[in-house]
Design a protein around this ligand. Structure first.
Ligand SMILES: Nc1ncnc2c1ncn2[C@@H]1O[C@H](COP(=O)(O)OP(=O)(O)OP(=O)(O)O)[C@@H](O)[C@H]1O
Ligand SMILES: [Mg+2]
Length: 446
């Protein structure tokens, strides 16, 4: 985590601002100074790693209003107020209202620095707790979004940022890339998590059924409608409606869906009234609906309506660095599920997995991990001395060759490091790096 030592300073007095900035910087703090409250407020992001110091009397938004605005966004962000008027009742009221400290001008720089240091310490603890809670939430999660590549970190950041807004979202990604995982996170990281996550897959349902599923119907609305049925849109009210494979939604349904998105109300089949719904739609598409050729007969207006925010999940082959992490997660999960020991994953296998194309993306890797745990996928036969005959990629064959050479050299010298290194003619550090990479244990040869 970044160090918590930022100070956001708002004061309309240019001289005082400059002097305070200098003092605080000398105390080792990072200062961003603003001549007014509004631009200062705008510069405060979520999890701001610092505290706020503000003058009270300023043109425009004053310090008390600034504090109120900050409190609404992040009640755990300490705000220290300064005032030149020694207004005691105001100070008392402000402190009761949650202002961290109140300093009367003129003051000794030390007084402010000390207060700031305490406030920063408090803030650091809060941020640490938040991070901890989040990682606990995420690891306890049975549908986590795993991945540490920059693309996945960004994706997670964006989900967090927009989860709690009611904006409709389009999730795009190849098959098995995690669209449903993303949709479910958008739901679970929002206030709507207390409501239902309701999914409807347009590709999996016959056209005749989709509309009554979506909109519901009154008893007797059509032949076969024996009972009243609450549609999925209405059922998702207050929660999240997940429209999977939106590209296969029938044209007539698209028109009706567009209306729902615009009006935020529905009228079930056979019902003459409209009912308001508290709707949040997350739609998923495998194709790029922004591309007219890929969109085919999907309605452009519906696409633009859904495209307020689009989250694109990169295919697995474009984030190969995440493969080892995902694979060991799935292996552990599968082992638990099948009641088996978690098998060791040979380094050579991990290297190989990273070079595969994975057309079925994460789902395919998941299934591979299950077969691996069941012993149905051949673990890399690295213990076998002779290279297997089947054709493999050049990097894979080189990896394998290198591992064999290391093992052979260790065996030849009874695991003696100095002699093995001499025989191989490589630096000691390289030697150890390679052992680690291939998962070779020197002690096995001693
Ligand atoms: N980043 C990830 N971390 C952990 N598991 C993931 C991740 N991405 C996908 N998965 C897992 O992979 C499988 C496929 O994911 P998901 O169902 O979300 O894909 P999808 O994009 O909706 O696929 P489809 O287009 O076929 O509907 C699921 O078991 C899911 O839990
Ligand atoms: Mg899906």
């Amino acid at each position: 985590m970044t160090a918590t030592r930022s100070v956001l300073l708002c004061d309309d007095d240019a001289d005082l601002r400059a002097a305070l900035t200098q003092t605080l910087e000398l105390a080792g703090l990072d200062v961003s100074a603003f001549a007014a409250a509004a631009p200062g407020l705008a510069a405060i992001g979520p999890d701001f790693a610092g505290v706020v110091v503000s003058d009270i009397r300023m043109p425009g938004m004053d310090g008390l209003q600034l504090h109120a605005a900050i409190k609404a966004r992040d009640p755990d962000l300490p705000v220290i107020l300064m005032t030149g008027h020694g207004d005691i009742p105001m100070a008392v009221a402000a402190l009761q209202n949650g202002v961290y400290d109140f300093i009367a001008k003129p003051f000794a720089a030390d007084r402010l620095v000390q207060s700031l240091m305490r406030a920063l310490e408090k803030r650091a603890l809060i941020l640490e707790n938040r991070a901890l809670r989040r990682s606990l939430d995420e690891s306890a999660d049975d549908l986590p979004l795993i991945g540490q590549t920059p693309a996945m970190e960004r994706l997670r950041g964006t989900i967090r940022q927009i989860a709690d807004t009611d904006v409709d979202v389009l999730v795009r990604g190849e098959t098995g890339s995690g669209k449903e995982v993303v949709a479910s996170l958008l739901h679970r990281w929002s206030k709507r998590r207390r409501g239902q996550f309701v999914a409807l897959n347009s590709g999996a349902l016959p056209e005749s059924v989709i509309e009554s599923e979506l909109f519901g119907h009154e008893q007797g609305a059509f032949t076969g409608a024996q009972k009243r049925r609450v549609g999925r849109i209405e059922y998702s009210s207050g929660g999240t409606l997940f429209l999977d494979e939106i590209e296969s939604m029938p044209l007539t349904t698209q028109v009706k869906m567009l209306r729902v998105l615009e009006m935020r109300e529905i009228s079930p089949l056979g019902v003459n009234e409209v009912r308001p719904v508290d709707l949040r739609v997350v739609a998923a598409a495998k194709v790029d609906l922004g591309d007219p050729a890929a969109r085919r007969d999907f309605r452009e207006d519906l696409y633009y309506r859904l495209n307020v925010v689009t989250l694109s999940i990169p295919p697995l082959r474009e984030r190969a660095e995440d493969i080892p992490l995902l694979f060991s997660h799935f292996v552990a999960k599968a082992a638990a599920r099948f009641g088996r020991e978690t098998p060791e994953v040979p380094a050579g296998l991990t290297a190989d997995l990273k070079t595969r194309p994975w057309p079925g993306n994460v789902r395919e890797l998941h299934h591979f991990a299950e077969r691996f745990v069941l012993g149905l996928e051949p673990a890399q036969p690295m213990i076998v001395a002779a290279p297997p005959r089947e054709a493999r990629s050049l990097p894979e064959r080189m990896e394998r060759f290198e591992a064999e050479q290391l093992r052979q050299a260790l065996a030849d010298h009874d695991g003696d490091v100095r002699r093995t290194i001499e025989a191989l003619g490589i630096p000691r550090k390289t030697f150890y790096d390679k052992l680690a990479r291939h998962g070779i244990n020197r002690a096995d040869y001693a």
